[in-house]
Write a protein that binds this ligand. Structure first.
Ligand code: GCO
Length: 449
């Protein structure tokens, strides 16, 4: 097994650079009977939504195994744990707190704190309570206010125990994949739906920023977005135009409102009926000052112009792909980080997710995932190169602590450092977990001047 290494003088070895692991509530928790239903429960129960027809009822049964999972986090030697709070676990449908649900997170946070871990809490990783979806979900503007209220009640209680709050994880997925493409819960389609849901998500972010800042003055507050750097299939003017359209529509749509108080000009290509309803003052509300921005990076998108004058994403050729069919292009990560730094007045950044699904095979108690180690290694080099170029990156979180429910692909894709045997709930260290642990331990040998 080759190791994960960083050069001795790596900026990622700086004392204040944080390494972590990340998860999300619906993907790991299970124990569905102890919370309200969310849109993913409903979606999973429909036909042809989840490739292996699975659901989140049990998942990694983290609610029962959380102490063991904290021990894994400690044994890995990471500095920080990024997880999300399940809205339907901590709130009742009448808008009051569910004390039992909240007690779970308080115990989890206190135990992590006692071990000296930094806590990065995500308030929304896509598990919208079904009772809110019944009222229109993210198509209903009131959902943004309900989100702010949930953030208010929860943060009054966990307040400054948390080092960093993230309002939303990936509004692109929660808006576009869920309300426009229909591939994520609640499975709606249409441009108007996607754009409107995305706008309300961003509005929810702005409202929650204000609340979290007020309640938790010593915590950092920000948002996590996913980035897909765009590349043109050919250097034809059409493909270059398609790349700009695609990148604007799928990526800048979610970052421009935060940092520039506007939507990108691809909005002009939409008919009036397809554009989101935006009320006066919304854009200013969305563009709250951020303490940090989290970037989730996995791959790039290659675009070509479609016959209808709209962009198309080109499926990558077989070869250098992960199990998701995603192309492995670490240099696109460096290029994108540097370009973003030039294009925007960015707050400090974290890489809040990066990792790979691989065709893991368990042989006894060994999972020899050299391919995942190689993925991490090449992306460490990519982050390092961006930092060398002057980009302010404060930390890196591997996705994911353990194998989990990969949304529409169910349990068929494994992203974990730790392998989960879903029959027995046994946790098994993959080679990549051992390599990550060893790399983190090697930091102790580095002296800081
Ligand atoms: C996302 C989510 C994670 C996914 C991961 C792999 O980026 O889509 O934050 O929940 O599991 O990214 O697809």
């Amino acid at each position: 097994m080759t190791k994960l290494t960083l050069p001795y003088d790596s900026k990622m070895f700086d004392e204040d650079f944080i390494f972590g692991v990340a998860t999300s509530s619906f993907q790991i928790e299970g124990a569905r009977e102890t919370r309200l239903d969310c849109i993913w429960d409903t979606f999973c129960a429909q036909e042809n939504t989840i490739s292996d027809r699975s659901n989140g009822d049990v998942a990694c049964d983290h609610i029962a195994h959380w102490q063991q999972d904290i021990q894994l986090i400690c044994d890995l030697g990471v500095d920080a744990y990024r997880f999300s709070i399940s809205w339907p676990r901590v709130m009742h449908a009448d808008g009051t707190l569910n004390e039992t649900g909240l007690a779970f997170y308080i115990e989890l946070i206190d135990a992590l704190k006692a071990k000296g871990k930094k806590i990065f809490v995500t308030m929304y990783h896509w598990d919208l309570p079904q009772y809110l979806e019944d009222e229109g979900g993210w198509l209903n503007r009131d959902t943004a206010y309900a989100f702010a209220q949930y953030c208010d009640l929860v943060s009054q209680r966990i307040g400054d125990k948390v080092d960093a709050y993230t309002t939303l994880n990936e509004p692109f997925c929660a808006g576009y994949l869920s309300y426009e493409m229909g591939v994520h819960a609640p499975g709606l389609t249409g441009r108007k739906n996607g754009r409107q849901a995305s706008h309300h998500l961003l509005l929810a972010h702005g409202l929650a920023m204000q609340v979290l800042r007020k309640n938790c003055p010593s915590a950092d507050v920000g948002i996590v977005i996913n980035v897909h750097p765009g590349y043109a299939l050919t250097d034809s003017a059409e493909d270059i135009e398609a790349t700009k359209m695609g990148t604007d529509y799928l990526f800048h749509w979610y970052i421009d409102p935060l940092l520039k108080q506007s939507y990108p000009s691809v909005m002009d290509k939409l008919s009036l009926e397809e554009r989101p309803d935006i009320l006066e003052g919304d854009m200013a509300l969305i563009a709250q000052p951020l303490d940090f921005i989290g970037m989730n990076y996995y791959t790039r998108n290659v675009y070509k112009m479609g016959d209808d004058g709209w962009f198309e994403i080109v499926t990558p050729e077989p070869g250098n792909l992960t199990e998701m069919g995603w192309e492995i292009v670490p240099e696109a990560m460096t290029k994108m980080l540097i370009e973003l730094d030039q294009q925007y007045d960015l707050p400090p950044m974290y890489i809040t997710e990066n990792g790979a699904a691989m065709p893991d095979v368990r042989q006894g108690n060994r999972i020899a995932d050299q391919n995942r180690i190689d993925y991490f290694q090449s992306h460490f080099v990519a982050v390092e190169a961006a930092m060398e170029a002057g980009v302010n990156i404060k930390g890196y979180f591997a996705w994911s602590l353990m194998d989990n429910f990969e949304w529409a692909l169910g349990y068929s894709k494994r992203f974990g450092l730790i392998y989960i045997d879903y029959e027995t709930q046994e946790r098994v260290w993959k080679d990549s977990a051992i390599a990550y642990k060893n790399m983190l331990a090697s930091r102790a040998l580095v002296t800081h001047e």
